[in-house]
Design a protein around this ligand. Structure first.
Ligand code: 6PG
Length: 234
């Protein structure tokens, strides 16, 4: 269970290659455990570029695909065939290669516009905890599509989804799971690679009020050496 007020656990690897190998192994291990314990594996996937290498390893490593249920942590309000859609990235790198039933792959209908898509997605989310939530980290400390200066939906029971109209990262219109809904999970993994993430990690370590730190209490953070702030001891 995700602890409420504990610090994140930092897992530093030499490079992205090593992270994607170990992270893919951890995801498939957790899937097997959840399926053995609860009969199914409910996974929230991250968007962006960093998780691609991990997703690309899963077709050869995963099992019991009939028991997997996939949700998106956020999506960009673009047409479904747009190469910048997270759903297209997931399909191309992983989901089109494995027999997860179509009804268990829950895509955010972001082409419908931010508020309509947020309303529809809220209606399909399960009441129970996710088994695992995967999240990326933005240079400014954003995660999913929860950006500094915005409402992140931390109040338990508030809407599980948020519509964003002016995101700091293109495209401006997005849909995101809220902070409390992302934390309603058994486990939470962050993934951060590259020197571009050093400032965000440093802010997190300083305890600053950034979205990733607020969502990431008690999380496991997988990062490469390049993302760890040079000024800090490893
Ligand atoms: C998105 C993401 C976003 C992403 C970070 C990191 O749709 O843009 O969900 O939160 O995870 O911006 O992106 P990179 O992995 O590409 O650096």
């Amino acid at each position: 269970m995700l602890e409420e007020n504990s610090l994140p656990r930092w897992h530093i690897y030499p490079d992205q290659e090593q992270i994607s190998t170990h992270l893919a192994a951890a995801i498939t291990r957790m899937a097997a455990e959840a399926i053995a314990l609860r009969g199914a594996f409910h996974l929230v996937v991250a968007g962006g570029n960093t998780p691609r290498a991990t997703y690309a390893r899963l077709p050869s490593m995963g099992r019991d695909w009939q028991r997997w249920h996939i949700y998106h942590g956020d999506e960009r309000c673009l047409p479904p065939e747009d190469p910048e859609r997270n759903s297209l990235m997931l399909a191309q790198t992983w989901l089109s290669q494995v027999p997860i039933p179509g009804a268990q792959i829950h895509i955010i209908p972001a082409e419908a516009g931010a508020s309509e898509a947020a309303r529809r997605y809220a209606a399909i989310l399960p009441a129970q905890r996710f088994d695992l939530v995967l999240l990326g980290l933005g240079e400014d400390g954003h995660t999913a599509s929860l950006f500094p200066g915005h409402d992140w939906g931390q109040e338990k029971g508030s809407s599980p989804t948020l519509s964003i109209l002016d995101a700091a990262k293109a495209p401006p219109q997005r849909v995101s799971l809220s902070a409390w809904r992302l934390r309603h999970t058994h486990a939470l993994f962050f993934l951060a690679c590259g020197s571009g993430k050093q400032d965000a990690i440093a802010s997190w370590l300083r305890g600053e009020n950034i979205p990733a730190a607020v969502v990431g209490r008690g999380a496991d953070v997988w990062l490469d050496m390049a993302a760890w702030p040079e000024s800090l001891p490893r």
